[in-house]
Design a protein around this ligand. Structure first.
Ligand SMILES: [Fe+2]
Ligand SMILES: [Fe+2]
Length: 282
């Protein structure tokens, strides 16, 4: 639970930091008259901060569309190149020259982890057979959920910069250790602060719940396969980053595999693909 005063402090003047190279790639595509919506969406798909700002604007009241916008491509088509160019001007370029105290390295890790988790989410959505049509998750929507699942970490970077970079450095790859350290230091976790922003920014329910519950999908979330997919992808991503291989024990101890009715061999293939994605993400 985040105290009201802290909520207001976090929400006021919130400028998400981004890595200059991905922001500049997006800016260049916005300015390139030959770049179409797919090319621009592909660039934004590698930048969780700009993707988040874009989904906020696409779901804002002024567009008044009936259904919520949940994919990056849909948002690009709705907003157009020049509106996205203006968004790029509103993020903070997190330079390695002005943020030397470890912050740069830690933010880059969040970036790589977010992109890897997004790619794994899309892979799961492509291969998963829902029990009913209401449980279908569009691969592009799953990608956006994966890309933004750790939005709270970027928000904490925006507000607590060096202190948060230090916390992440000390926690290493363990998300459990990280969650406990966040609760001790701030009184809330990155999942909670991410969910607060997701609701405030009018994100679709699946996306907001995926941000909120990616570390602890509840049984009640079984009717929200997008949340389960993100939780599973996050785990596969963390294990792949840590160099762990898939084995039968992993399969048994991770309930999300069972919720999605994924077979042993499907999960094994997922780990193989995740290793390839990680090499590509760099
Ligand atoms: Fe997380
Ligand atoms: Fe994560």
């Amino acid at each position: 639970m985040i105290a009201t005063k802290t909520r207001e402090l976090i929400k006021s003047n919130l400028v998400l930091p981004t890595l200059p190279r991905s922001a500049l790639r997006i800016r260049d595509r916005c300015l390139d008259p030959g770049s179409d919506a797919t090319e621009l969406a592909d660039a934004i798909a590698l930048d969780p901060s700009i993707a988040a700002r874009m989904l906020k604007n696409a779901n804002s009241a002024c567009f008044g569309q009936y259904a919520k916008i949940s994919s990056i491509h849909q948002a690009v088509v709705l907003l157009g190149h020049s509106a996205i160019y203006n968004l790029v001007l509103q993020v903070e370029l997190f330079s390695e020259f002005t943020n030397r105290a470890g912050g740069w390295i830690e933010l880059e890790k969040v970036w790589r982890h977010s992109i890897l988790t997004a790619q794994i989410c899309r892979e799961i959505a492509l291969g998963y057979t829902p029990a009913s049509t209401t449980e279908h998750v569009a691969p592009d929507d799953a990608y956006a959920c994966g890309l933004l699942h750790d939005l709270g970490k970027i928000v904490l970077f925006a507000k607590y910069r060096d202190v948060y970079a230090e916390l992440l450095m000390q926690c290493g790859r363990s998300e459990n250790v990280c969650n406990e350290a966040e609760r001790r230091m701030f009184g809330f976790t990155h999942s909670e602060v991410g969910a607060m922003i997701a609701h405030d920014w009018g994100f679709p329910d699946d996306l907001a719940f995926a941000i909120e519950a990616h570390h602890a999908p509840r049984v009640s979330m079984r009717d929200r396969p997008a949340v389960i997919i993100v939780s599973l992808a996050d785990e596969v991503s963390l294990m792949t980053e840590a160099g762990s291989r898939f084995d039968a024990t992993t399969f048994r101890v991770t309930p999300a595999f069972g919720y999605l009715h994924l077979s042993h061999s499907t999960v094994e293939q997922l780990f193989q693909k995740a290793a390839v994605f990680m090499r590509d993400v760099g």
